[in-house]
Design a protein. Structure first.
Length: 156
């Protein structure tokens, strides 16, 4: 248990880039404007009869993204992911399906892969003992043996 507490302390907080925040704000604002138009409300009427509700905006956006994906379109919707492993990472091109990104300069593919490995290891009965930026250490219970799993990008 102490090892996992130490591991949790080592996990760094990941923040959205300024461009990611701006993209998210723009999406929310445009979605609200679209709903105002559907309801035939001007700004003053909307304030009174249809106040800003992020839950509604997210539902409309998620439905729209689902429809667009069904027609083969990728939509940039920036987010921070925190899987069960606790390792945080910003969304990556491999997840969103976009060919390029205007919101990030660097991607956290390695962090995403390590997080997936940690989750898979835990689901398969391996105990995650710790690790670092490029690796995780797992313990195989029946042999009581530790193994280090490293992830590094190959030059290509």
């Amino acid at each position: 248990m102490e090892d996992m507490e130490k591991r949790t302390e080592e996990i760094e907080e990941v923040e959205m880039t300024q461009r990611m925040v701006e993209r998210g704000d723009w999406i929310d604002t445009q979605t609200y404007w679209y709903l105002m138009q559907l309801l035939e409300l001007n700004v003053d009427q909307a304030k009174e009869r249809f106040p800003w509700d992020i839950e509604i905006l997210r539902k409309v956006f998620d439905s729209t993204v689902s429809i667009l994906k069904g027609y083969g379109h990728a939509v940039c919707s920036p987010y921070i992911s925190t899987p069960e492993s606790g390792r945080q990472y910003r969304c990556t091109l491999s997840e969103c399906g976009c060919r390029s990104c205007n919101c990030q300069d660097g991607f956290m593919e390695k962090e995403r892969i390590l997080s997936n490995i940690e989750d898979a290891a835990a689901m398969n009965g391996l105990k995650v003992m710790g690790g670092g930026k490029d690796s995780i250490i797992v313990r195989e219970g029946s042999m009581d043996t530790d193994f280090e799993i490293r992830v590094s990008q190959l030059a290509g």
